[in-house]
Design a binder for this molecule. Structure first.
Ligand code: NDP
Length: 459
């Protein structure tokens, strides 16, 4: 998806942002998504740097945008016909000030260093917001799992882990899933890690329940996003009951966002994939969601097949999901999937709340529109932090060699989302922008990392 940067505004504060972004772009050419993610954070942090000149003197901003380590490697694998393929693998170990690197692995043909740096950079602040001791990192590969057999996916995952294993560890770097990496891929990678190291380490999260996984981890990002949106609606004395909701995507995050909205009394009327979207005016209830889970997670089919099973729904090719009239929008597919025009359309149709399940799904222009129009807008680093938070809970359970009940994990998750919401609200207020969750999340996430970096000296 196309990235759009907003121009920094004029004025002395903005001169700082402008110069910072020029230097960053010169040093990291062509990495559009990374530039976009950094610009949003730097703009939010200007008042913090004014209040804390010690951060400026210690060049915390310049240090925080430079990954501590970036690894790229060759991933050769053989398909079922015996043909050899060569992919490029990556792990960006961005910041370990508050804990071991932690963040997803993405397998998608669009993967490149700029996308993984944007994800790793956002992860620093998101992980800090969870209150758990996790640094920021991200990785992946330009491999496309779509249309591949299980045997091909296994051979690829084994080859990927044959290099990655030497860079990760339970106290070093603990990857998880992301786009194209679900339970199947985590399983194949964990098997290969164990074979190479002869250790049953807590080195990946999103593991199967029988071998170290946590209850509620598959549901956590989607549930967490809806818990966050519910907190936002509550600030206006409202809730999900009776609300029409648009969800984009039909993968892990989207699926469980739909489930939780329905449980809270809302009606989800859309889901999508990279080919198109469905509109179901009757709502995607539990029975229809079960069909979707089987279609996407087992049959690995396309969303248009939904209308063959439920003919009252409609299928549309393309990206028009945000033109549907809804009260709440939960973008849960991918970066930059919601443009400025989409934001205008949502607002015109009466949408009051947008909580990002995906990472950076709204363009910079869309974010600006939501903030200016005082929509309840939650940036992904706050509203999708439930996934990594529950990964942190999986690590805790592994460390004490015990499994918590579903209720216990869900209670922790819910409390963490409430606490992130509170952090955002308080920081936005403290810095004179009440209701601005972007600013609140960036400042809340930054403070803990920045002070930890100060404590640990120039490393
Ligand atoms: P999945 O691979 O399970 O699902 C991704 C969904 O997004 C699919 O429906 C996919 O459609 C769609 N999609 C992917 N790329 C595009 C594209 N270029 N255009 C339109 N649709 C697209 O991934 P997840 O659900 O895990 O991740 C979704 C988002 O949530 C990502 O931004 C991810 O970084 C973020 N996230 C995920 C977390 C997790 O725990 N899994 C945690 C925090 C954030 P198709 O099947 O056609 O490719």
């Amino acid at each position: 998806m196309q990235a759009t940067l907003t121009k920094p505004k004029s004025g002395s504060k903005d001169a700082f942002v402008s110069k910072f972004m020029q230097d960053l772009a010169a040093k990291n050419p062509g990495e559009k998504e990374f530039h976009q993610a950094v610009q949003e954070v730097v703009e939010s942090l200007v008042p913090v740097l004014e209040r804390h000149p010690e951060f400026k003197k210690a060049k915390i901003m310049e240090r925080i945008v430079e990954p501590e380590r970036t690894i790229t490697f060759r991933v050769p694998w053989t398909d079922d016909k015996g043909e050899i393929h060569i992919q490029r693998g990556y792990r960006v170990e961005f910041n370990s000030a508050i804990g071991p690197y932690k963040g997803g692995l993405r397998f998608h043909p669009s993967v490149n260093l700029g996308i993984l740096k944007f994800l790793g950079f956002e992860q620093i602040f998101k992980n800090s917001l969870t209150t758990l001791p996790m640094g920021g990192g991200n990785g992946g590969c330009d491999f496309d799992p779509k249309g591949k057999s299980d045997a091909e996916v296994m051979r690829f995952c084994q080859s990927f882990m044959s290099e990655l294993f030497r860079h990760i560890g339970p106290n070093t770097d603990v990857p998880a899933g992301d786009i194209g990496v679900g339970g199947r891929e985590i399983g194949f990678m964990f098997g290969q890690y164990k074979k190479l190291t002869n250790r049953f380490d807590s080195v990946l999260t999103g593991k199967g329940l029988n071998w170290g996984g946590s209850l509620v981890r598959p549901e956590a990002t989607g549930y967490g996003c809806v818990y966050f949106a519910a907190e936002q609606l509550a600030t206006r004395g409202d809730g999900f009951k009776g609300k029409r909701v648009a969800v984009s995507g039909s993968g892990n995050v989207a699926q469980y966002a739909v489930e939780k909205v329905t449980q809270l009394g809302g009606k989800v009327v859309t889901m999508s994939d990279s080919n198109g979207y469905i509109v179901d005016e009757d709502g995607i209830n539990a029975e229809k969601l079960a069909f979707m889970l089987d279609l996407k997670n087992v049959k690995r089919g396309r969303i248009k097949e939904y209308v063959s099973k439920f003919p009252k729904a409609q299928y549309h090719e393309g990206t028009g999901v945000w033109s549907v009239k809804v009260d709440v929008a939960l973008p849960c597919a991918t970066q930059n999937e919601l443009s400025g025009k989409d934001a205008e359309a949502l607002i015109k149709n009466g949408c009051v709340c947008v909580a990002e399940g995906a990472n950076m799904p709204s363009t910079a222009e869309a974010v600006e529109i939501f903030i200016n129009k005082k929509i309840l807008f939650a940036p992904g680093k706050a509203s999708n932090a439930g996934g990594v938070a529950t990964s942190g809970l999986e690590m805790s359970q592994n460390a004490i060699r015990m499994n918590w009940s579903r209720e216990e994990v869900d209670r922790h998750l819910h409390n963490i989302m409430k606490s992130i919401h509170k952090t955002c609200v308080e920081n936005a207020k403290e810095y004179g922008q009440p209701g601005n969750y972007v600013m609140g999340a960036n400042i809340g996430g930054f403070m803990k990392v920045a002070t930890s970096m100060m404590d640990q000296g120039l490393v």
